[in-house]
Design a protein around this ligand. Structure first.
Ligand code: SF4
Length: 198
């Protein structure tokens, strides 16, 4: 019996996966099917991302009441495919709806980091945008964008539920742009949107 020190079962299974992967890859590349599949799958993922936004159910201050109203029966955000979830690991939108104190900066960044990619952030209300009534206060950040990149700003004190629903709609338009534009145009596409600025 020859013992050359190789673990053939592990070696062979890895080789098999690599070989099959390489052959399939080459065949797909040669026929351009890989590009077509890539574009198609990208479009499907992009469509499913924007058609099912999962904001984190996080209430910070009075703007959170408008968030609650947006989710309740009168405005019913679920009609617009906005589903509030209580775990950051199930969410793709961080909706910041109040002032971020310096003490709360670390926990909110931790929540953001626990959310899977791709993810977006909406700053709702003056407090989340700039500190609002607490602007330049000793213990409040001058906007959540000092610690987390913001995609959509919704000004107001507080913004109405309709404005929040409009914010989700603008976020959808941004997701379409990011998913369909070539890499070169990405900085332009990923610019933050300000509600009421058009
Ligand atoms: S923006 Fe106005 S309504 Fe919203 S949390 Fe700040 S003080 Fe409250």
């Amino acid at each position: 019996m020859v013992d050359d020190g190789q673990n053939y079962s592990v070696f062979n299974s890895r080789m098999l996966v690599d070989t099959v992967g390489n052959i399939t890859d080459e065949a797909l590349k040669a026929t351009k099917i890989k590009d077509v599949i890539g574009v198609l799958v990208g479009r499907i993922f992009n469509w499913s991302q924007r058609k099912s936004l999962f904001p984190l159910h996080l209430g910070i201050k009075c703007c959170a009441l408008e968030m609650a109203a947006a989710g309740a029966s009168r405005f019913d955000a679920e009609r617009f495919a906005v589903f509030f979830r209580s775990s950051p690991r199930q969410c793709d939108v961080l909706l910041v709806n109040g002032p971020i104190t310096k003490k709360f900066a670390d926990p909110i960044v931790r929540l953001w980091e626990q959310m899977p990619e791709p993810k977006w952030c909406i700053a709702m209300g003056e407090c989340a945008i700039s500190g609002g009534p607490y602007f330049q206060s000793y213990n409040v950040l001058e906007g959540v964008d000092t610690v987390i990149p913001v995609d959509v700003y919704i000004p107001g004190c507080p913004p109405r539920p309709e404005a929040l629903i409009d914010g989700f709609d603008k976020l959808r338009q941004k997701i379409i742009r990011i998913g369909t534009l070539p890499e070169d145009n990405m900085p332009e596409a990923s610019k933050p949107i300000i509600i009421g600025d058009d």
